[in-house]
Design a binder for this molecule. Structure first.
Ligand code: PLP
Length: 398
């Protein structure tokens, strides 16, 4: 573990040929400061022990690993969940937000700025900002604001300012552009807190490092429960932070198959999905190089997923490298498969999953049916409370 994570990314922030930093010089100077500070601060005893205490007393970590007996009886195989839905605020995102907030505090920053898609990153960052006494500005597409209303209310209650973004498709990609612009106006007092393992160096590394706790806990818990390692580990991939969190815990266990699940949405037509690792080509967007869904001119294509947190045209650079190396396999789940998993897990196990996480559950159900003797561990990245109105209004109760 330690070796892999120390070696990746390289000093320039590259994961193989992906990642790096493609940003204006003014912003680069700020990123370099954050990188240098991160390397020294994050290794300090004070930082580590404060983060450990926050995780335990504020977030409620470690989250459990749970064997789905009822679901496994239906599908065959053995399906386990790493319960990030039980992390404070209901998703894995608080793991990196508390890390980013603590870093902001150590850097003497006054304000955190970010984008949000499903609203989960915004809620998590607003929570961190409240905890650390920082100002918080969240940029969000108008389409997502309408779809994820309860999360908008939560952010406001937590004291954040929500900035609506009304251009383009009015979703995550535009929100990223808008948040970047706001940060460029005040890079001294503010810090940009990215919501996934994306963006220019050091963010893909920093967010992965803060999510690594998920994989460390899950590996230990799984071995304690079963006496062995899982045959497969799976997670949904939007930007890829929850997936990198759990995968990084198992990456040096060569016998463990790692599978990332992207959204194939309504169909594989342009604008109907967001499976960038499966169907994209390398290119540069938002300051880093990754697999992108792009046209011939390198412009990002419109993307769609039933899960707002997955509709991003790029993906984390580390995933791109792991795909090329063949260490992680990437597959897709459609809206229909996601919904089936959403309804099934709710009814059979009493756990309503986030629509994002339901993509990984869908893959696990398929895998378990095909591999009745094998075990699969799913990173259940979040709970579905935020999605129930949307699902029931559009698809009813099944
Ligand atoms: C945001 C989100 C995701 C997607 O983000 P990743 O960086 O790919 O993990 C997945 N699940 C939930 C619950 C989310 O809120």
């Amino acid at each position: 573990m330690a070796d892999y994570m120390k070696l990746n990314p390289d000093e320039k922030g590259y994961f193989g040929e992906y990642g790096g930093s493609f940003i204006p010089p003014q912003l680069q100077a700020e990123m370099d400061k954050i990188t240098d500070a991160y390397y020294s601060i994050s290794k300090s005893h004070d930082f580590i022990s404060e983060l450990r205490s926050i995780r335990k007393h504020f977030q409620g970590r470690p989250t459990p690993t749970y064997f789905c007996r009822n679901l496994s009886n239906r599908t065959g195989g053995r399906i386990y969940l790493k319960r990030e839905d039980l992390n404070h605020t209901g998703a894995h995102k608080l793991n990196h937000c508390m890390g980013e907030g603590l870093l902001a505090k150590y850097l003497g920053k006054k304000k955190v700025i970010a984008e949000t898609g499903a609203g989960q990153h915004g809620v998590a960052l607003a929570t961190a900002a409240a905890y650390f006494g920082l100002e918080c500005e969240i940029h969000m597409g108008e389409v997502d604001i309408a779809k994820e209303h309860p999360n908008v209310v939560r952010m406001k209650l937590l004291g954040a300012t929500v900035v609506p973004v009304s251009h383009g498709l009015k979703t995550l990609k535009e929100a990223v552009d808008s948040a970047f612009e706001a940060y460029l106006k005040d890079p001294v007092n503010a810090i940009y807190c990215i919501g996934s393992v994306v963006g220019p160096h050091p963010f893909p590394m920093l967010v992965r490092d803060f999510q690594h706790v998920v994989g460390v806990e899950a590996r230990e818990q799984f071995i304690e429960m079963t006496g062995e390692l899982p045959d497969s580990v799976t997670a949904c991939v939007g930007g890829g932070s929850n997936a990198m969190g759990i995968f990084s815990g198992f990456i040096e266990d060569q016998e463990v198959r790692l599978v990332g699940v992207e959204p194939s949405g309504r169909s594989l037509k342009i604008g109907d999905h967001a499976a960038s690792l499966s169907y994209g080509k390398p290119g540069v967007l938002h300051g880093f190089r990754s697999y992108l869904l792009q046209d011939d001119k390198g412009e990002p294509l419109p993307v769609y997923s039933i899960a707002s947190g997955l509709d991003y045209p790029g993906s984390g650079p580390e995933h791109c490298m792991l795909k090329d190396k063949g260490r992680v396999e990437y597959t897709v789940a459609s809206d229909d498969e996601c919904l089936d998993a959403f309804y099934t897990l709710s009814k059979v196990e009493g756990i309503i999953p986030a629509l994002e996480s339901s993509h990984a559950v869908a893959y696990a159900m398929k895998y378990a049916k095909e591999n009745p003797r094998k075990s699969i561990l799913v990173n259940l990245s979040g709970r579905g409370d935020k999605d129930i109105d949307f699902v029931v209004d559009n698809y009813g109760i099944r």
